[in-house]
Design a protein around this ligand. Structure first.
Ligand code: SF4
Length: 73
């Protein structure tokens, strides 16, 4: 599998038990991340579709202070 194909398949999720609700992810990439309306954690409401969104997601994953964002594929 090429690196480009790997990128296309990337999907992300937030491990809610680790999330600090710091707001970084949903402010940085609101198309993908949202704050849960009741609970204090972020979640993925739309998987990134474009390579640009996936690359931004990867950056947010690497910057999340709680290491709460993971790839699921
Ligand atoms: S950046 Fe990490 S800790 Fe902060 S709200 Fe998003 S998932 Fe939670």
């Amino acid at each position: 599998m090429t690196q480009a194909m790997q990128k296309i398949q990337d999907q992300f999720e937030v491990q809610k038990e680790r999330c600090l609700s710091c707001a970084y992810c949903w402010k940085e990439l609101p198309k993908v991340f949202k704050s849960h309306p009741v609970h204090t954690y972020a979640y993925v409401h739309n998987q990134p579709k474009t390579d640009l969104e996936k690359n931004l997601c990867q950056k947010v994953l690497e910057t999340c202070p709680a290491q709460a964002i993971v790839k699921i594929t």
